[in-house]
Design a protein around this ligand. Structure first.
Ligand SMILES: NC(=O)C1=CN([C@@H]2O[C@H](COP(=O)(O)OP(=O)(O)OC[C@H]3O[C@@H](n4cnc5c(N)ncnc54)[C@H](OP(=O)(O)O)[C@@H]3O)[C@@H](O)[C@H]2O)C=CC1
Ligand SMILES: O=C(O)[C@@H]1CCC=N1
Length: 269
């Protein structure tokens, strides 16, 4: 199957690597207006063109990988150049509803997804929601891109994609902030910079691996680290006094509301 990516930025480059793991996908063509990005893609052996009019015939699917604000123009350009009748079109944009995509595209079997950047490491997490069962079925092969590089989870209610964005779409940034802060603080305590970063990363990935184990309960794992009257208790009491958990919950709620705002919905819808 020949597929097209509209937009050749951060997420498209992660998805390109994942697409290479799907045997049914024989070619990926990327539409990217920025010449420097096209040149970089071409240097990596990826077919890149400036407009959808330059895409080859016989595409099996399109992936929309542009920012939400660029989506109306990108969809209009695609619809003008490609016959979307019966073609699976997968969007990865935050806060851009299936109804709006349908309006701009005027056709296509639409699936909305919310992936994340750890796809690049083969450990992504993608939520998907289809306009209807026919769209999900038609998009089975291109959706293998997401499954080839991590978890693929389905949602029945499209509005939950804003919660998914707050959880796993934006989530890697929360974890990177945690790693940055742990590494910086360890440096300030005297541990050499490379060792501090390596230890922060190993601690987060080791803890995540245990939390992902069969039957694991993160709260029980936390209790196992927390000795009575010990160092972890001192740390967790400080985090609690500083409002760590409510602050993280508020951050996720802000992300969810921003997704809903982008979708043109009431923030608390
Ligand atoms: N980054 C992330 O962690 C995640 C992002 N997403 C979603 O993925 C989408 C892309 O994000 P990201 O990859 O970070 O963004 P980038 O800005 O890195 O990539 C978008 C690319 O699309 C190009 N572009 C703009 N307009 C058009 C057009 N009309 N036709 C073709 N290409 C166009 C941009 O070019 P130019 O720069 O010249 O405008 C840019 O190269 C967003 O909708 C975002 O919500 C979803 C999950 C996670
Ligand atoms: O920040 C954003 O809007 C995008 C969507 C999820 C991650 N990055």
């Amino acid at each position: 199957m020949k597929i097209a990516f509209i937009g050749g930025g951060v997420m498209a480059s992660a998805l390109l690597q994942a697409a290479a793991r799907v045997p049914e996908i024989t070619a990926v063509h990327v539409v990217e207006p920025l010449a420097a990005r096209r040149e970089k893609l071409a240097a990596d052996g990826v077919a890149a063109c400036a407009t959808p009019a330059d895409l080859p015939a016989g595409l099996g699917a399109c992936l929309l990988c542009v920012k939400p604000q660029d989506m109306p123009q990108a969809c209009a350009g695609l619809a003008a150049a490609v016959d979307l009748d019966g073609l699976p079109v997968i969007s990865i944009a935050a806060g851009t509803t299936i109804a709006r995509l349908r309006g701009w595209l005027g056709g296509g079997l639409i699936v909305r997804t919310m992936p994340n950047t750890p796809l690049r490491a083969g450990q992504g997490c993608t939520f998907a929601c289809a306009a209807d069962p026919a769209a999900a079925e038609a998009a089975a092969v291109p959706l293998k891109i997401f499954a080839a590089a991590g978890l693929l989870l389905w949602l029945d209610d499209e509005r939950l994609l804003d919660a998914a964005t707050a959880l796993s779409g934006s989530g890697p940034a929360y974890v990177y902030l945690l790693i940055e802060t742990m590494a910086r603080t360890a440096r300030e305590m005297g541990i050499e910079a490379d060792a501090a970063l390596a230890a922060a990363v190993a601690t987060v990935s080791g803890a995540a691996a245990m939390a992902g184990g069969p039957g694991a309960d993160p709260a029980e794992l936390r209790r196992q680290v927390t000795s009575k009257g010990g160092t972890t208790k001192a740390a967790l009491d400080t985090l609690e006094a500083a409002g760590f958990a409510p602050a993280l919950a508020a951050a996720m709620e802000a992300a969810r509301q921003r997704g809903a705002e982008l979708a043109g919905e009431e923030p608390d819808a």
